[in-house]
Design a protein around this ligand. Structure first.
Ligand code: C2E
Ligand code: MG
Ligand code: MG
Length: 594
């Protein structure tokens, strides 16, 4: 690196700052260049930059920014220091061109400086092409069914949400059709799984070929499919589509060398007639499908006029949530999470809310309702406080500290007071923040700027963050690495399909590789079978959680379970700042017996 300072100072004093800067510049494995912000001409480049772009030094110094940055992005690279933090700007990803015309994806960070008497920018340009492609592959795999190539449940939910919002905007209707094959199990039992797979592919092709481009056909798993009709005039029109699909399905077809006449039960529900949100419409279509099945199958049923009247349902949910707040705290169950060595890694808290009949309400439903009616803030605060109180109790009775993970709604993270409220609970119960882990669902990460400030504040205190249900959302790597995340948790739907015919093995392998490449720990949830455990261990998964190892239980029962985990297995249980994942750990996670 050339500088404004006379050269001989650098040469005669190797320990001087100039020499150190020059080593950092010239010897840096990352490509670094300096350009003039007025002329956009390059003024200097290190060896890594020359190698990355394939130019000699003389050639490179003849170029301008626009010669390497691909169209539309060739203006000045913005300098965006993170709020409150001096130093390198936030990442920006650009596409660059090498001398030979090939392209690369580059994460650029820039800083303004004065160089040779001019205002310049020093840019670090990291080649992330490989990571980028791996991520694109991951996103494709995570949103499509491997066997049929159709969108999966996640992508369907997304399409349904956009169909509903455009229906609302343009004042039309949209329909969902749940399709469940009749007697598919028999196809598998009589003809074998290969023919079963062909059968499913045949159904997928058939449904797709009969629908319009604006409609979506998805496979939800097993013999369940679903269709979203982008725009439909009435329930009658949706019924006609149902009838047409059934007729098409019933046509004899040669599948795996056998002539078959597929049969299915279809349930149809319309937005907004049968519900005002996605869950209501979905439930109505599902109930209609079961009605068709109970009536003998191979028919369709349209949701009844009362399907949308879930007001009672919501009122009773609100009552349960209010009751919980009035009672001074939630009932929580806890599930142990094991590290790669079979030691205790952490525990996760789950909300257990009861309805007026003392039946448990599914937490997803309770949280969705709390998000709808704004009660998520007091509910969420109360869950965090209850978890801190529980950690305090365990700390008093047990010899080893336990880190506890709590699920956090994206709405909580967007709220400005969230970090301070959490800090108050930690202080109230005198809890080391490193004992608290927060799980955020991957879908919360789409809008990084909204959640970053609270996450940074909490992470600064020592609270750890995990991305839950990883693989089901749309987060991309550049989003993840802007956030203080130490762990990714593979969604249980992938763990469940690890040993299936339409195996999720490649995606699980990719998630572990991506997680590790970003220095994050990777944990699998929903581990139910020995075989899944073995595969996950072999792939280098750092932690596991699931019914095979232990179930969610009340706090007192968890203390008993913890006491049974041998102390020598506990060696890797770390409470402390988020750290780089352990390398090549022994993989001997065992089920917790009794
Ligand atoms: P999650 O955080 O991904 O939690 C994992 C869910 O899988 C839990 O369901 C757990 O009981 C269940 N589970 C654990 N091991 C296994 C297994 O081996 N097989 C199967 N099939 N399931 C297993 P749960 O308790 O019904 O919670 C569902 C979701 O509700 C959670 O998913 C989380 O997103 C949300 N949730 C639960 N409690 C809270 C809470 O206090 N706050 C917020 N915001 N969300 C919560
Ligand atoms: Mg979780
Ligand atoms: Mg999860």
């Amino acid at each position: 690196m050339r500088t404004d300072v006379p050269k001989d100072r650098g040469a005669t004093a190797p320990e001087s700052p100039i020499s150190a800067v020059s080593i950092l510049f010239n010897g840096n494995p990352l490509a670094i260049w300096i350009y003039d912000t007025v002329t956009l001409k390059f003024l200097d480049a290190n060896q890594s930059a020359l190698t990355q772009y394939g130019y000699s030094r003389e050639e490179f110094l003849e170029l301008k920014l626009s010669d390497i940055v691909i169209s539309g992005e060739a203006e000045e690279i913005p300098c965006r220091p993170l709020e409150g933090q001096p130093g390198p700007a936030a990442d920006l990803v650009q596409r660059h061109r090498r001398r030979d015309g090939t392209q690369l994806n580059v994460a650029v960070r820039s800083n303004e400086l004065h160089h040779l008497g001019r205002v310049c920018k020093l840019v670090i340009a990291e080649d992330i092409t490989e990571r980028w492609h791996l991520n694109a592959e991951l996103v494709q795999m995570a949103h499509h069914d491997a066997l049929t190539g159709l969108p999966n449940r996640t992508l369907l939910a997304d399409r349904m949400a956009s169909a509903m919002s455009s229906a609302q905007r343009l004042k039309h209707r949209t329909a969902i059709i749940c399709v469940d094959l009749d007697n598919f199990k028999k196809v598998n039992d009589w003809y074998g799984h290969t023919v079963g797979d062909e059968y499913l592919k045949h159904i997928a092709g058939l449904l797709t070929s009969r629908l319009r481009g604006m409609d979506t056909v998805a496979r939800l798993g097993g013999d369940e499919f679903a269709v979203v009709l982008g725009e439909i005039s009435s329930a009658d029109a949706a019924g006609l589509v149902g009838k047409m699909l059934l007729q098409a399905l019933n046509k004899p077809a040669l599948i795996g060398g056998y002539t078959m006449e597929p049969r299915a039960s279809l349930g149809i529900a319309i937005y907004p007639d049968h519900g005002s949100d996605m869950h209501q419409v979905w439930r109505a279509a599902d109930a209609a499908m079961y009605r068709a099945k109970r009536a003998g199958g191979n028919r369709f049923a349209v949701a009844g006029p009362d399907a949308g009247s879930t007001a009672d349902d919501s009122q009773s949910l609100d009552g349960s949530l209010r009751g919980m707040l009035a009672a001074g705290g939630p009932l929580l169950h806890y599930q142990l999470q094991y590290s790669a060595q079979g030691g205790l890694r952490a525990a996760e808290a789950f909300l257990r809310l009861k309805d007026h009949c003392q039946e448990y309400i599914h937490p997803d439903r309770a949280i969705a309702r709390a998000e709808d009616n704004g009660m998520i803030y007091p509910v969420g605060r109360c869950v965090v406080d209850a978890v801190c109180r529980q950690i305090d109790q365990w700390n008093k009775t047990m010899t080893r500290p336990l880190r506890v993970a709590v699920n956090i709604s994206p709405m909580q993270l967007k709220r400005k007071e969230f970090a301070q409220e959490t800090a108050r609970s930690l202080k109230r119960w005198k809890i080391d923040p490193a004992c608290l882990e927060m799980e955020i669902i991957e879908r919360a990460i789409i809008n990084v700027d909204e959640i970053l400030p609270e996450m940074q504040e909490l992470s600064g205190m020592g609270v750890r963050f995990t991305v839950d249900d990883f693989g089901t959302g749309y987060s991309s790597l550049q989003h993840l690495h802007r956030l203080p995340i130490s762990t990714v948790k593979i969604d249980r739907s992938f763990v469940h399909r690890l040993c299936d015919a339409s195996s999720s093995y490649p995606i699980v392998k990719a998630i572990i590789a991506v997680g590790h490449s970003m220095k994050m720990e990777v944990v699998a949830e929903g581990v139910e079978q020995e075989e899944q455990r073995t595969i996950l261990s072999r792939l280098g998964c750092d932690g596991m959680q699931g019914y095979l190892l232990s179930r969610p239980v009340p706090a007192e029962e968890l203390a008993r379970q913890m006491a049974k985990v041998p102390a020598d297995r506990d060696a890797d249980h770390r409470i402390g700042p988020p750290s780089v994942r352990p390398s090549g750990a022994a993989r001997n996670i065992r089920p917790l017996t009794a």
